[in-house]
Design a protein around this ligand. Sequence first.
Ligand SMILES: [Zn+2]
Length: 438
Amino acid sequence: MPRTIKTKAIKNLLIRGARIIDPSQALDKHGDVVIENGIITRVGDNLAAPQHFEMVDARDLVVSPGWCDMHVHFREPGREDEETIETGCAAAVAGGFTAACPMPNTSPATDKREIVESIIKKSKETLVEVYPIAAATKGREGKELSEMAELVEAGAVAFSDDGCAIATAELTRRAMEYANMLGVPIIEHAEEATLDDGGAMNEGMFSTKLGLPGMPTVAEDIIVARDILLAEYTGAKVHLAHLSSARSVELIRWAKQRGIQVSCEVTPHHFTLTDEAVMVSNYDTNTKMNPPLRSPRDVDAMIAGLQDGTIDVIATDHAPHAIEEKDAEFAAAPFGIIGLETALGLIITRLVKPNMLSLADAIAKITAAPRRILNLPPVQIKEGQPANLVFFSPTKTWRVDKTKSYSKSRNTPFHGWDLTGRVFAVYNKQQWWVNPDF
Ligand SMILES: [Zn+2]
């Protein structure tokens, strides 16, 4: 059984001496925060709280707005044995995320009003706000557009056929035109299907050595280029999901310079691991994901893209799979790893600690940026705003133990890794959760 999140109802809270980081206001300072009836009423120095307030000594902690993961898979409906909305939200909270956007490649696909509504409804009792991404085409089959207006009305915040790219340029164009009218972006899984057919890992030296069918970077680059040109042509907004190739970053940099409305994301595993991991791990299927782990040159490009702002967002692509399915021959195993609970540790260990990215810039990529791209209500540490906060230590080290995961699945390549940066607590919807493993 997966672990559950045990919360405590707290209306009134005084946070003492925290480092407050809120990139949406360019705020990075030490101070106190007073919460009354779940609303932030004061932010300042040496604040006194009325009686009967709970107090948290946050002198060694950072407090930021609750994080938003704009790319997760919660597997409900269809594969509740791998994850449910409830367990996915538990893993999100444990990782510091109070907002999550599940992709539509459920079964059936999230292409109907009832499914969008049911996903939102099932998240209501959790600390997480869930914003579903609906399928761009019916059944994600790439034949006919979904009922997009109806889906937005039901609460969908974007459209994607994630798991694969929208099949044809013509459909992508029309999906962009409709999405643009509805004021939401298209999120593209950039992969040209015929080039990647049967592929299991990055095409390169290691796929040759290991005798595994390759997935060339150009399969990603072609769809990134297609969608950039279509976004320019239609004036629509496109967000490129989980970038992995150096050339894609270059193309997006070019597009942004031209003023095309394009944004993009990278996952922690794509800025941490290379395709050498498949060999070093001796074909561990937890190194199999789509897009695949790439070369050191590609990983360097991800980091450069994060640094110069070409890459707007860090998203996990949390993709739970049952143990028996991952426990297969490499070529036959499904793609994907879980990622919500290791995101902060990888961001700090890989980017912040080695001074590749400031902590505030890293936080911006999991708070303000995804919310801006998806037009979600902003979350700010500001008087009058609902308190939606995550507390974490940027210096605490810990060892990843997959058996302690809140997800229903266990497919992570980071088991046993020592990471720096750990979530201490989350406050949202007047509920307080403290990490028992902190
Ligand atoms: Zn994808």
